[in-house]
Design a protein around this ligand. Structure first.
Ligand SMILES: Cc1cc2nc3c(=O)[nH]c(=O)nc-3n(C[C@H](O)[C@H](O)[C@H](O)COP(=O)(O)O)c2cc1C
Length: 293
């Protein structure tokens, strides 16, 4: 990291000379991604920072703004979708001052930290995915509407073959309905204690309908985990009776039911038992077991 990041801006009262071309060339290697541009006869330091959406650009803009306030030196910021252009120069002397290089280096450091946060986010997402266990014991506590809404949205936004979105979701929150539904599965007693359930219906008319419903189901369960809500898929073995109970039209089938609720703190059943990767992974052709990792 550039030495400049350890320096503080010195107050500039005007009347000081701007940096000479020689001084600029000496400082520039410390902020190699910045360009010296001249606009209206005034030299500036400019760099465009890239992001993946507008919100990130906006947050970065805000953070540069905070840095500017702390140092008492302010840039011009141009915020767009996926990019923020930062321009540093010293208005009072109409050109570049050492302060501008200090601020450029500090902006670089801010960007590096901002990007590192993305990795932390990725770690959190991976943790949610990899630590998902089925939760079958729930506390007697309602899940707020907005949390349920987010879980349903996560299901709705799942991709599907040919974008058919073949699913319908039935949201069940009434205790008597949860209890009623529990009768139709062989391993569904925990449905009675759930805060709510979602039944996913599909027409079963296309080869990928069940895969698509699985994607929606997993989206909902992972969103729930991220929001601190436990879940467990449930098979309704007596499908026709369950359909009747739920008023499902004949052209739709029940793919799966998912029970949701805040965990009663009970440890999930046993250890995670999953087949080792080497047992299920084949390289290029079935049966090839050369291990590259
Ligand atoms: C399609 C599907 C149907 C399931 N049906 C039931 C069920 O009826 N009752 C139940 O208790 N668990 C059910 N499960 C949960 C599985 O038993 C569970 O995912 C598996 O044993 C792994 O559990 P673990 O993550 O706790 O190790 C179902 C899971 C899937 C994917």
């Amino acid at each position: 990291m550039s030495e400049l990041t350890r320096m503080k801006c010195t107050p500039c009262r005007g009347g000081e000379p701007t940096l000479t071309d020689k001084e600029i060339l000496e400082l520039l290697p410390q902020v190699p991604e910045w360009e010296v541009v001249e606009r209206d006869g005034v030299k500036r330091l400019e760099r465009v920072f890239k992001f993946t959406n507008f919100l990130e650009s906006l947050i970065f803009t805000y953070r540069v703004g905070q840095l500017a306030e702390e140092e008492g030196h302010h840039p011009v910021l141009t915020t767009e979708w996926g990019r923020v252009k930062v321009s540093w120069w010293t208005h009072k002397i109409k050109g570049l001052h050492r302060n501008d290089f200090i601020m450029a280096a500090k902006t670089d450091r801010l960007y590096i930290r901002f990007k590192a946060e993305e990795n932390i986010d990725a770690e959190r997402v991976l943790r949610v995915i990899m630590s998902k266990r089925e939760i079958r014991k729930y506390v007697d506590r309602e899940v707020p509407e907005e949390v349920i809404y987010k879980i349903l949205e996560a299901g709705r936004l799942a991709g599907s073959a040919k974008n058919r979105q073949p699913w319908h979701f039935i949201l069940i929150r009434e205790k008597q309905n949860l209890e009623g539904l529990a009768r139709f599965g062989d391993f569904a007693s925990h449905l009675q204690e759930a805060a709510f359930a979602v039944v996913i219906l599909i027409p079963d008319t296309y080869v990928q309908d069940r895969f698509d419903a699985g994607r929606a189901a997993q989206n909902m369960m992972l969103a729930a985990s991220a929001l601190g809500v436990g879940s467990c898929p449930i098979t309704l073995h007596r499908q026709e009776e369950a359909k009747k109970f739920l008023n499902v039209p004949p052209e739709l089938n029940i793919c799966v039911c998912i029970a949701f609720g805040y965990s009663a703190g009970e440890k999930p059943r046993g250890k995670v038992i999953r087949k080792p990767l080497n047992e299920i992974l084949h390289y290029e052709r079935y049966g090839e077991k050369i291990k590259p990792f």
